[in-house]
Design a protein around this ligand. Structure first.
Ligand code: TYC
Length: 115
């Protein structure tokens, strides 16, 4: 984005007697939005549908109906975005899902990618 520059007399340059003591200051407030990450759930042939629904309810706060719908989307299309988060939250969600799936000996895969 372009800088916004403003001519001002309120700068800290010493008056050089030339009658031109202003300085150029940047007045635009600059904030950088942190990048967002999509959390993706991948299909496989073995993880039970009810397990995936439970994962979506438990870790992504979905209702049973929402979870069932997203599970079916993954089952039919191979992948779906299950949420968009900051890097730290996305990493946590992926870890929770992968851990939970491994503990139950299901091959369910969950990944993240920058939006
Ligand atoms: N394809 C699985 C089955 O038929 C169900 C499933 C859905 C698995 C979504 C993973 O992310 C997934 N049992």
């Amino acid at each position: 984005m372009q800088s916004t520059l403003t001519w001002t007399m309120a700068g800290n340059a010493p008056d050089d007697g030339e009658g031109d003591a202003g300085v150029v200051v940047d007045t635009k407030p600059r904030t950088k939005k942190p990048p967002l990450y999509k959390v993706l759930l991948l299909n496989d042939d073995y993880t039970p549908m009810e397990f995936v629904v439970h994962v979506l309810e438990r870790f992504f706060g979905m209702t049973h109906a929402q979870a069932f719908e997203i599970m079916l989307t993954v089952h039919k299309k191979g992948v779906a975005v299950v949420g968009v988060f900051s890097h730290e939250i996305a990493e946590t969600k992926v870890g929770q899902v992968m851990d939970f799936a491994r503990r139950h000996q299901h091959p369910l895969q969950c990944t993240m990618e920058k939006e």
